[in-house]
Design a protein around this ligand. Structure first.
Ligand code: ATP
Ligand code: MG
Ligand code: MG
Length: 286
């Protein structure tokens, strides 16, 4: 039996919507403390399962799908409700940001992307190989791997995607933030060096880790491209949630993931807990 906690429980007032990743068109304002995210069927099935898992308190509440102008949307709890002028940070978890399936697909049908090539040289004109320069395109896993190595994903198992501090514009300029010291400094700036916020974030992250380690869902799913969303305000409200499950895939029967072991193609390990361990250690140093 599912008991729906009313979304409006903590409802204070309407908070301006902050979106730190994804296409603008993927989201719409919803009613009564909800937001609408364009349906992805994988994400929908995952959310349904999560609503019955021990992880439920750590993900946005999902209750139904709605249809608007020929589009379907997932009705999700707006995580910013209850915050007064929130500061928000999106950290993408894991050592890898593409699915093993995507790798296989790219190998079978390599698709050269000019747009990704352009994005690459915008950041580092020296990054493409001679071959890539000749054809003026790269395939998606190549682009993703490059981003993982440029940032802290590959080495530490997570990266900062974006930060929006109260009263400031969103900042997504973290593509090359890689070392522990720099991440620690970004975290410190994000909370304006406020020790009480740090303590609350650490408590919540450790709680999430504990529940992840005991979750039947998590043991059996490769979790790629998912984020932890950090939200706090000057009133002492602090919280972290898991979001974005469009690339969260059930592994074959019998496989149990550690989320800490090194990824080798075929083992489906994503490095999620490896990243969370590192993140907790870095927050401790803030
Ligand atoms: P991408 O896959 O490119 O990361 P996406 O379209 O799958 O993007 P999400 O990553 O789920 O979208 O969300 C994008 C941003 O929207 C998040 O970084 C966060 O700022 C905001 N957001 C998402 N879900 C919620 C929510 N339930 N409540 C409040 N904010 C949210
Ligand atoms: Mg995302
Ligand atoms: Mg996504």
């Amino acid at each position: 039996i599912i008991h729906w906690a009313p979304f409006a429980k903590n409802y204070k007032k309407k908070v301006p919507w902050v979106q730190l990743a994804g296409h603008q068109g993927n989201f719409k304002a919803g009613e009564q403390g909800t937001i609408l995210k364009k349906t992805n069927n994988i994400e929908k099935e995952v959310l349904i399962k999560l609503m019955r898992d021990v992880l439920r308190p750590y993900v946005p509440e999902f209750r139904k799908e709605v249809f608007k102008n020929d589009e379907s949307y997932l009705v999700l709890q707006d995580l910013l409700i209850g915050f007064e002028s929130p500061s928000v940070m999106d950290c993408k978890m894991g050592v890898r940001t593409f699915l093993e399936d995507e790798l296989e697909e790219a190998r079978k049908k390599p698709k050269l992307r000019k747009d990704l090539y352009q994005k690459m040289i915008d950041v580092d004109p020296n990054a493409p190989t001679e071959e890539e320069r000749k054809v003026g395109g790269i395939c998606k896993p190549r682009y993703m791997t490059w981003r993982e190595e440029l940032s802290s994903s590959a080495s530490l198992g997570f990266r900062i995607e974006g930060i929006k501090k109260a009263g400031e514009k969103p900042n997504k300029d973290f593509k090359t933030t890689r070392c522990k010291e720099n991440l620690c400094e970004k975290f410190r700036q994000f909370i304006n060096n406020d020790g009480s916020i740090k303590v609350k974030y650490l408590q919540r992250l450790k709680a999430i880790r504990g529940v992840l380690e005991s979750s039947p869902f998590f043991r059996t799913h490769e979790v790629i491209g998912s984020s932890l969303l950090f939200v706090h305000d000057s009133q002492g409200n602090v919280n972290v949630w898991m979001i974005d499950f469009a690339k969260t895939i059930r592994v074959e029967d019998g496989i149990r993931l550690t989320h800490r072991a090194t990824w080798q193609e075929g083992n489906h390990e994503d490095g999620y807990l490896f990243g969370l361990d590192n993140m907790i250690s870095i927050w401790s140093d803030v």
